[in-house]
Design a protein around this ligand. Sequence first.
Ligand code: OOG
Ligand code: NI
Length: 468
Amino acid sequence: MPGAFVSTDRIRSLFTEAMSQMYRTEVPQYGTLIELVGEVNAEVLAKDQELSERLRRAGELERIDVERHGAIRLGTAAELFTIRRLFAVMGMRPVGYYDLSVAGVPVHSTCFRPVEEAALNVNPFRVFTSLLRLELIEDQALRAEAAAILGKRQIYTPRAIALIEQYEKAGGLTEAEATEFVAEALETFRWHGAATVSAETYKRLHDAHRLIADVVSFKGPHINHLTPRTLDIDEVQRRMPERGITPKAVIEGPPRRNCDILLRQTSFKALEEPIAFSGATGTTSGTHTARFGEIEQRGVALTARGRALYDQLLASVRGEVQVGASGAKAGDYDAELAERFKALPDSWGDLRREGLAFFRYSATPQGIAAKGQLPSDPDVLIARGYLRFDPIVYEDFLPVSAAGIFQSNLGTDQQQNYATRSNRAAFEAALGADVQDELALYGALQAASLETAMEELGLSGPKLKTVA
Ligand code: OOG
Ligand code: NI
């Protein structure tokens, strides 16, 4: 009886809420961060009517308070295969492929997230999901040992698996099943203060790479951060120390601008947490650092052309100024970033005209009133106020930024670079599906919005010259 099923949006919202509660209890600094972000967001919205109106039109205003992304790191192909099925129950699909090995982190990743606009507006919860690349461990014996340890663990509860199968078979879950599913799925993301390995094994894994120890030594892939979205990242960064939180030296991503693009992120360092290691003669105590806090500010999604310009500008800044582990040269870096990014237009109109960013089109009330007597050129419609365009928010991640976030939590002293090619085919084979192309998703959203708007204006057919 399909009518009895709850929506995947509802299951995702229940899960996000449960996860947020769990993380708040486990990492009190996360609760502090949520409060600070809420405070700054409210101030920004009260001050900036234009922004608050734009967010309202885009359906983003309601989602800001529930908006989070998190991250996990998986150990085996089978774990990745099942996580895809688990996230599908919550309406989350793999989007994008990120190769972090180029930045010395032995993983490749995707982002699980909703893809439909309506679903994103209900709750855009995303999980940056990485798979360890054991083939990057040089020591053959250690590689085999890590694989054997991972091969023995089961990160999903039997009941979670049964409910995933039930969802796949029946095409949905009832409210009672959804509630149970959320509780069972949460177990996979829980922190474990007890390691499955001895202190000696942990040390060898850790010496190969801290990330390898993090993935291999535990019962499951603990969620390592949950990130709220802020409307003013510089202000939150500035106020963090007042709340006893120390942020990393520079904000990753583009500089502060009038028109926000892509994604800006900053984090605070991972906590050192007590761990009980298992041993032949009982447990020994030690520590492990994995869990941290992060905030993000999201801007407009860039087209392939805009993204190429972004990548080129960022690379030129990073080639010029290298920020040290202790934050030396952070000021130079920020100044250089602001200067070089002047090459990227900073008005919505220019970004649209030059085909650098994606926009959502809508017919204005004046346009709808004048239906039947309108010119058909969208640019003319825009100039005369009959057609409006609003930025489409970037829902994905940035590999250079992600590497920066990983590294600031792994210790910047550990900058190995793996001389290897990315391996998207292997990732997708493990996943059991292809990852979706994020640019195609934004392009389709833009095209559909234009088509609907033109229909509302009684015009059909013409395509915008500048639409990428
Ligand atoms: C993921 C780091 C990447 C982001 O926001 O770019 C990330 C991790 O540390 O597992 O979360
Ligand atoms: Ni993150």
